[in-house]
Design a protein around this ligand. Structure first.
Ligand code: FAD
Ligand code: NAD
Length: 473
């Protein structure tokens, strides 16, 4: 029987959920042990997710911006792409942030058990893969998620990649098939297309980014039409096979004239699944549904001393939601009066234009049959957008028709991800559209589009006259 080490709070998984929880608990005086299979904290987000993809998206934006600079009287030669340099850039960014997180762990006296996988022996004990055991007063499970790979796409060949493989950028394929027109498909498709690959996207539903309001997706779709080789909607990949020329994909769907097509590489981006396998959960009372750990509003599982946060505890699978839940779980296990009950979880698709939204969406309002007033401010009327040459954007507000309270905000346009912060604050604080309209916004900035969208609901915006209902028909 191995010796048992007693610990106050053990956190399994050092991603943005786990490390945020660890730091919060340490700041509140808990003795914290953080366990991760990797060498340093950071998780999917830092090593194979948010950060590398956003560094690459910035590189891609530089390429496209210089390509489009002719409109500003600037003419650049096409870039000479040094793939090693591109890769090195994101790796340096990740390296710096990773060191920073390791330093933050040390400064807070968080015990970090590196390179170890943990599984439950019972509801209060974990065993690591080196055989050591840890008994805890409380444990937070933050093991994240991994890419999903359906059987039809399960060809074992390095040319068939998931997002982790695609971020490695081993080569620039002349042709790339992307299965899935969601976050990863569009973000990494944008990167590869900007670098020079001929990108084909296959999406099984009838729209890119299913579930996102159509008027927000449309300006992005128009831009991607010019950047991608083909976008096939309502199309499935029925199988993949290795050939001497590349990977042969069998496509089935509307408008597919050539069902068999060969690509240099394939990126499978059809969603992620929670990491609940091989955790020994069967030795505890923790319950799992569709792979996700079931938690209450305080993030407690069905086992008294075990809490769960982040991707493993349910959708949306976003880093900021994981960190937020981490703090809720820590405060809850310390007996503070707290619950996970945000009004506005922001989401951002970091293509260019970006799409960002928070709170109630129009799609959701329709589904709930909830009456809302919608105001749309097109960026054609924004002075700042004109100076940037990016007038394709749109800012919209959803407000309660009776109280004027802002229920949701949706933005598409360059930099929308930065702008949505104001929307989150407005929804969380139950600001009224009049509050937004009466708050002075700096000119000329894109933030004015939020103010003017609000003004439209209160007598009219300075720079835009909304088409009258009759004219709209
Ligand atoms: P993770 O970050 O997945 O961390 C889980 C950790 O647990 C890992 O380090 C793993 O090693 C460890 N672990 C797992 N099992 C064990 C075990 N048994 N023992 C010990 N350790 C274990 N989200 C955003 O909000 N914005 C973005 O821009 C964004 N971009 C993304 C881009 C890509 C390509 C991908 C793949 C994801 C992106 N996401 C983004 C999603 C984001 O990465 C996740 O939502 C986030 O990382 C979830 O955090 P987490 O702490 O729940 O889990
Ligand atoms: P996703 O759920 O965003 O998109 C998957 C897409 O694939 C969907 O549109 C779906 O309809 C389609 N699909 C599913 N099966 C298919 C099939 N067999 N053939 C064709 N299409 C199919 O998933 P993702 O893009 O893999 O990303 C996973 C998760 O990671 C996201 O949901 C998000 O939570 C997170 N993420 C977030 C960001 C961000 O915040 N900017 C970026 C990347 C990833």
């Amino acid at each position: 029987m191995p010796e048992i080490n007693d610990r106050e709070l053990v956190i399994v998984g050092g991603g943005p959920g786990g490390y945020a929880a660890a730091f919060c608990a340490a700041d509140k005086g808990q003795k914290v042990t953080l366990i991760d299979a990797a060498e340093r904290p950071g998780g999917t987000c830092l090593y194979v997710g948010c950060i590398p993809s956003k560094a690459l998206l910035h590189t891609a934006k530089l390429i496209i911006d210089t390509r489009d600079a002719g409109a500003f009287g600037l003419h650049f030669e096409p870039p000479r792409i040094d793939l090693d340099g591109v890769r090195k850039h994101w790796q340096q960014v990740v390296g710096g942030l990773s060191q920073g997180l390791a330093g933050l762990c040390k400064r807070r006296n968080v015990e970090f058990l590196r390179g170890r996988r943990a599984s439950f022996v019972d509801g209060q004990t974990l065993q690591l893969d080196d055989g050591s055991r840890y008994r805890f007063k409380n444990c937070i499970l933050a093991t994240g998620s991994v890419p999903a790979r359906p059987q039809t796409l399960a060809l074992d060949n390095p040319r068939v990649m998931d997002s982790t493989g695609a971020l490695r950028l081993e080569e620039l394929p002349a042709s790339l098939l992307i299965v899935g027109g969601g976050y990863i498909g569009l973000e990494l498709g944008y990167v590869y297309a900007a670098l020079g690959s001929k990108v084909t996207v296959v999406e099984m539903t009838d729209a890119l980014l299913p579930g996102v309001d159509r008027d927000l997706v449309e300006p992005l779709r128009q831009r991607l039409d010019g950047l991608f080789h083909k976008i096939h909607l309502q199309t499935m990949v029925q199988g993949l096979a290795e050939t001497p020329q590349g990977i042969r994909a069998t496509l089935k769907g509307e408008g597919i004239d050539e069902p068999e097509q060969v690509f240099d590489r394939v990126l499978v981006a059809v969603g992620r699944r929670p990491n609940t396998n091989e955790l020994g959960l069967e030795n505890t009372r923790v319950k799992v549904e569709r792979g996700f750990v079931i938690v209450d509003e305080r993030r407690r599982t069905t086992e008294e001393h075990i809490w769960a946060i982040g991707d493993v505890a349910g959708e949306p699978m976003l880093a900021h939601k994981a960190s937020y839940e981490g703090k809720v779980a820590v405060e809850a296990l310390l007996g503070e009066k707290v619950a996970y009950d945000p009004r506005a979880v922001p989401a951002v698709v970091f293509t260019d234009p970006e799409i960002a939204w928070c709170g109630l969406t129009e799609t959701e309002a329709k589904r709930l049959n909830r009456e809302v007033k919608v105001s749309r401010f097109p960026w054609l009327a924004s002075g700042r957008a004109a100076t940037l040459g990016r007038t394709e954007g749109l800012t919209k507000l959803l407000v309660d028709p009776k109280t004027d309270v802002v229920l949701g905000v949706g933005i598409v346009g360059t930099g929308a991800g930065e702008l949505i912060g104001e929307g989150v604050l407005a929804v969380e604080m139950a600001a009224s559209a009049r509050d937004l309209a009466l708050s002075m916004h700096p000119h000329p900035t894109l933030t004015e589009t939020l103010m003017e969208a609000a003004e439209l609901l209160h007598g009219g915006a300075t720079h835009y006259v909304a088409p009258r209902r009759r004219e709209r028909v």
